[in-house]
Ligand binder design. Structure first.
Ligand SMILES: [Zn+2]
Length: 254
C-alpha cells in the first residue's frame, strides 16, 4: 500500500515521499539532506525522483541524490534541469514500477514555462502551480496560461488529493477571506487549518473539492470574486483572465 509522507525542507517546502515496502520515490527534492536522513532512518531504497519545475528549492537536491542512487529522474522536457533522465510532458506517463505506481503528466505552464503536474492514484503533485487556497506567482508565463493550467487541474475529480510544494495555506486563506468575504466554507477552512498548524501538522493534502469551494484563483467567474477584483482595480472587468490577473497582482502586493 503506497503511503505519501511530507518531508519538510527549507522554511516552508515539502518534499513528498511515496513509499511502499522498502522502496521510495521523492517529488521535488530541493535539498538532499532531509531525503537522505529519512531513507536511512526508515531503511528505504530510493527508486525514482520526480520534478515539477526547475526552481532550485524543488530540484537543488537531485544531483546529490543521484550521486548516491542511480535512479530515473522525471521532469519537464522544456526546462533546464540537467539531471533529468526521463524528460516528460503532456500525455506522457511517469511509471515507477518498483512502487506499482504510474502518473499521468499534465503540462501546467504559468509559474514557469514548462511546469508539469503528476496525477495518479487519486493524487496530484502540482508543485508551485496550485496551492492550498492559492496559486503560484506567474513568473515565466502569462495570466491566461496560468488560469488555463489551474482550470485543467480544477477539472480533476473532487476527491483528488492535492500535494503542493509549500505550506502557505494559512496566509493564503487570510488573503482569500479579503477577496471572498462571504464564503462560509472558507471560514470553516480557516478554523480547521489553524487547528492543524497549531498542532504542528501539515495542512496538506487538501482535496480539489475543497479548493473549488474556497480557492479564489479557481473561482474567478464567481460574482463575489469578480466584485472584489473590480474594487481592487477601480474598474469594471468580468473576463475571468482579467479577474485572475487582478487578484494575483493584489496577492503579490499583500
Ligand atoms: Zn517555483
Amino acid at each position: 500500500m503506497l503511503e505519501i509522507v511530507p518531508l519538510p525542507a527549507f522554511r516552508d517546502n515539502y518534499i513528498w515521499t511515496l513509499r511502499d515496502g522498502a522502496k521510495a520515490a521523492v517529488v521535488d527534492p530541493g535539498e538532499a539532506a532531509p531525503v537522505k536522513a529519512y531513507l536511512a532512518k526508515e531503511k528505504l531504497t530510493l527508486v525514482a525522483i520526480l520534478a515539477t519545475h526547475h526552481h532550485p528549492d524543488h530540484v537543488g537536491g537531485i544531483a546529490e541524490l543521484i550521486a548516491a542512487h542511480n535512479v530515473p529522474v522525471f521532469g519537464p522536457r522544456g526546462e533546464p534541469i540537467p539531471e533529468l533522465t526521463h524528460p516528460v510532458g503532456q500525455g506522457d506517463r511517469a511509471n515507477i514500477e518498483e512502487l506499482g505506481a504510474s502518473f499521468d503528466v499534465l503540462d501546467i505552464p504559468g509559474h514557469t514555462r514548462a511546469h508539469v503536474a503528476y496525477y495518479g492514484l487519486g493524487s496530484l503533485f502540482c508543485g508551485d502551480t496550485l496551492f492550498a487556497c492559492g496559486c503560484g506567482r506567474v513568473f515565466e508565463g502569462t495570466p491566461q496560461q496560468m488560469l488555463e493550467s489551474l482550470s485543467k487541474l480544477a477539472a480533476l475529480p473532487d476527491a483528488t488529493k492535492v500535494y503542493c510544494g509549500h505550506e502557505y495555506t494559512l496566509a493564503n486563506i487570510q488573503f482569500a477571506r479579503n477577496v471572498d468575504p462571504g464564503n462560509q466554507a472558507l471560514e470553516a477552512r480557516e478554523k480547521s487549518v489553524r487547528k492543524l498548524r497549531d498542532a504542528g501538522q501539515p495542512s496538506l493534502p487538501s482535496t480539489l473539492g475543497e479548493e473549488r469551494a474556497t480557492n479564489p484563483f479557481l473561482r474567478c467567474a464567481e460574482p463575489a470574486i469578480v466584485e472584489s477584483a473590480n474594487k481592487y482595480l477601480g474598474a469594471r472587468v468580468a473576463d475571468p483572465i482579467r479577474v485572475f490577473a487582478a487578484i494575483r497582482e493584489w496577492k503579490n502586493k499583500s
